[in-house]
Write a protein that binds this ligand. Structure first.
Ligand SMILES: Cc1cc2nc3c(=O)[nH]c(=O)nc-3n(C[C@H](O)[C@H](O)[C@H](O)COP(=O)(O)OP(=O)(O)OC[C@H]3O[C@@H](n4cnc5c(N)ncnc54)[C@H](O)[C@@H]3O)c2cc1C
Length: 384
């Protein structure tokens, strides 16, 4: 089988690695490396678990962080021990590392841009190549050419704008919920610098207002990480599926399929996309190399994570409703049982489908925690 993969981000390199391992002839087109991709670079446990093991002389270039501070503009603050580390990567290093794993597995990296994709698996490149493949995989990100060749672009209402800058220095990992913004601010410490960013639904507020808000918050609370005049901004959208799942059902057709951001596979609440990029790349290769069609991949993706993303899209408004994040942090601060649920959500161990059930089971313990919270706080003060 002759497979063309357009884009060597996490989705494309993972697909290339798995197709090559399965015995396919893989051409992975991407002229952008080495490059930084605007991203927080946060890798949850479930994303880390999907990654291949690199050789001893080429370990995963990730910083491991085990605590995360959550706070709100109203001053609520909670430091959560995540129990197991999350990884934080610079995408220039991480994407290059994963691309090396795909090449090690036998994929051919072609340093060229795809300019045209036609029905029947035919592609053309900027460098003048024209070739027909058995399968064309669109792993070309949020503004995917492959997507636009077969479908329309992901609509504006299903995109977040995420923007910020990379600041010299160091910091704790911080997530801050802000009043009037259906999103959050983050500080993600990497090796040698900190990813400073903010994300919210595209246009709400407009990007320049979002950046101004980020500048104000960072100057107020984290002045050492404030942007200086020489530091450029980054900005990029994150597409995600809506409540009706229509984008999930249209991820593949005859001789083509979409993975990662091209398929609009990110969590609509957290913006986590790297896990879905890796997972969809692997799922596609497994489905097709196992004898299934690209449509079979779309069905499996719906089962494995599609319904959960649709549930997240349904919960989105409630999560960012006024006062919800304040109440959530307040209760998590007073209840170890609830903070465990929050940690599992952050780590990707708690899905949205079974969240309600888990919260119902947690209720008796939660009540006990609230009643005994003053005693626990008093002991903590004595021990401090
Ligand atoms: C600011 C920001 C912060 C984020 N933070 C996080 C986070 O902390 N954790 C997380 O899990 N997710 C995060 N995300 C989401 C995450 O970045 C994406 O979901 C993820 O990069 C998707 O991977 P991908 O491989 O599908 O696409 P991409 O990473 O966008 O890769 C697409 C590749 O395709 C190439 N390409 C495009 N067009 C062509 C073409 N015509 N021919 C050849 N190549 C082409 C591009 O050069 C690029 O290399 C964040 C996103 C943003 C914008």
């Amino acid at each position: 089988m002759n497979v063309c993969i357009v884009g060597a981000g996490p989705a494309g390199s993972m697909a290339a690695l798995e197709f090559a391992k399965g015995g396919a002839r893989v051409s992975l087109f991407d002229p952008s490396h080495p490059r930084e991709k605007p991203c927080g670079g946060g890798l949850t446990g479930k994303a880390l678990a999907l990654l291949p093991v690199g050789p001893d002389n080429d370990p995963l270039p990730a910083r491991r962080v085990q605590t995360c501070r959550f706070d709100t503009a109203r001053g609520l603050m909670i430091d959560l021990d995540l129990g197991e580390p999350v990884g934080i990567v610079a995408r220039s290093e991480f994407d290059a590392w994963l691309l090396r794993r795909a090449v090690d597995a036998g994929a051919r990296h072609v340093n060229d841009r795809i300019t045209k994709v036609e029905q029947g698996g035919r592609v053309k490149t900027l460098g003048g190549l024209a070739e027909t493949f058995d399968l064309v995989v669109g792993a070309d990100g949020a503004n995917s050419l492959v997507r636009r060749s077969f479908l329309s672009a992901t609509p504006k209402e299903r995109r977040w704008m995420a923007c910020g800058w990379y600041a010299r220095g160091d910091s704790d990992m911080v997530v801050r919920f802000l009043e009037g913004v259906d999103g959050y601010l983050w500080l993600f410490p990497r090796a040698g610098h900190v990813g400073v960013g903010i994300g919210a639904p595209l246009g709400h507020p407009p990007t320049r207002d979002l950046l101004a808000l980020l500048e104000r918050e960072v100057a107020r609370s984290f002045p050492a990480l404030a942007r200086d005049e020489d530091t450029p901004y980054y900005a990029h959208t994150i597409p995600s599926p809506g409540e009706d799942g229509s984008t999930l059902r249209e991820m593949a057709g005859e001789k083509w399929a979409l993975v990662g951001d091209a398929a609009a596979l990110a969590d609509p609440i957290t913006g986590e996309g790297i896990f879905y990029a890796l997972k969809s790349g692997r799922l596609l290769a497994e489905a097709v190399m196992g004898g299934g069609s690209p449509q079979h991949y779309a069905e499996r993706a719906m089962e494995e994570f599609g319904r959960d993303l649709m549930r997240a899209a349904r919960l989105y408004k409630r999560f960012f409703a006024p006062g919800f994040t304040d109440r959530m942090l307040d209760y998590a601060d007073r209840s170890p049982a609830l903070s465990r649920v929050l940690v599992d959500l952050v780590l990707g161990k708690q899905d949205y489908m079974s969240l309600k059930k888990r919260l119902v089971f947690t209720l008796p313990r939660f009540g006990w925690d609230l009643a005994t919270a003053p005693v626990r706080k008093a002991f903590a003060r004595i021990n401090a």
